[in-house]
Design a protein around this ligand. Structure first.
Ligand code: F6P
Length: 357
């Protein structure tokens, strides 16, 4: 019998359960009672602390549409990964021990960049690992898309849609903070889908004068409101030249807690327009996956099952040019995929007259 472990790690997102289900159903289809699935609880934490259990096939039914993760999740298992080497060594040893104790033949790790870093580490330690790329940020290297992203785009788009009517009624400038600390994919896509007037993303530092000018240009054209889609991690051109610590301190000193906060106040001061902030926050990660993500999650889960059957380990599932494939973990771990300067979508935004600051 083949014993396949599954864990979900890092921030949750819609489509985790659909992927777990996709992998499980495809494994049972292929191997019948020759496969046993072991659920590792709360990400790598469960692997460190021996928190796992054999799962019943019935547990994978009825979860396609369910948000979150039936396995629970946790952020990085390591204390400041690069700093506390001893902590890392101890925890890797504990994870290897649990893997052995649970008699696993392989382990599916569903997660984002941090998860893939650890997955690669375990793979280098000789464990049979398969990664599956999840995140609403869409920033995993080597795949064109991650599951969870398009659902989050749908949710953020609905927020922008709804903000339009209240912005128009009150003649206000509305700044919507979209998730994405390092990557602007979600802000860019939902900004375009929602018809935002200004889109600010971390990869493309903004000039506040240009942002204010874009608001004023609209006002002069007779538009009584403006919508700004601002990524959590948006940076001004000055901030982009500083270290994180430095700009965080400068923002705090000036009384701003977030980029959105700062941008909204500055735009209000510079243009005289009344501004408001909207933070949909974790709503963007909650609830049922969209049809797109259900399909993607099922494709990815099914492909992971074929990798298990072929005993093809040390890889992560990816979508490349509309084909599901896999990348070696070692090639993608520690890398991220932000919005590149030559991204088509940036040009599409510009061609719509959207200001990128
Ligand atoms: O990585 C997904 C994400 O939602 C980011 O967009 C966001 O910056 C971060 O997680 C929030 O993390 P947490 O849920 O730990 O507050």
């Amino acid at each position: 019998k083949k014993r396949v472990g599954i864990l979900t790690s890092g921030g949750d997102c819609p489509g985790l359960n659909a992927t777990i289900r996709g992998a499980a159903k495809a494994l049972y289809q292929r191997m019948g009672d020759k496969v046993e699935i072991v659920g590792i609880m709360n990400g790598y934490d469960g692997l460190i602390n021996g928190n796992y259990r054999d799962m019943d096939p019935s547990e994978f039914s009825g979860i396609l549409t369910v948000g979150g993760t039936i396995l629970g999740t946790k952020r990085t298992p390591f204390k400041k990964m690069r700093v506390v080497e001893e902590d890392k060594v101890d925890k890797v040893a504990a994870m290897k021990k649990t893997y052995k104790e649970a008699k696993l033949d392989c382990l599916l790790c569903l997660g984002g960049n941090g998860t893939h870093k650890t997955a690669n580490l375990l793979s280098q330690e000789g464990l049979n690992i398969i990664g599956l790329p999840k995140t609403i940020d869409n920033d995993i290297y080597g795949t064109d898309v991650t599951f969870g992203f398009h659902t989050a785009v749908d949710i953020a788009t609905e927020v922008i849609d709804r903000i339009h009517t209240t912005a128009g009624s009150h003649s206000r400038v509305m700044c919507i903070e979209i998730m994405g600390n390092k990557a602007g994919w979600l802000t860019l896509y939902s900004g375009i889908a929602g018809g935002a007037d200004i889109i600010l993303i971390p990869e493309h530092p903004y000039d506040i004068d240009k942002v204010a000018a874009a608001v004023e240009k609209r006002a002069k054209a007779g538009k009584n409101f403006s919508i700004l889609a601002v990524a959590e991690g948006a940076l001004s051109t000055a901030e982009a030249k500083m270290k994180r610590k430095e700009w965080t301190a400068k923002r705090a000193e000036a009384g701003y807690t977030t980029a959105t906060n700062r941008i909204a106040m500055q735009v209000q001061q510079m243009t005289g327009a009344e501004t408001r902030i909207c933070v949909p926050g974790h709503m963007q990660r909650g609830g049922s996956p969209s049809a797109y993500d259900r399909v993607l999650a099922t494709q990815f889960g099914s492909y992971a099952a074929s990798l298990v059957a072929d005993e093809h380990y040390g890889v992560t599932v990816a979508m490349v040019n509309r084909h599901v494939t896999s990348n070696p973990l070692i090639d993608i771990a520690g890398k991220t995929r932000g919005v590149p300067d030559d991204c088509d979508m940036l040009n599409v935004a510009r061609s719509m007259g959207i200001s990128l600051g």
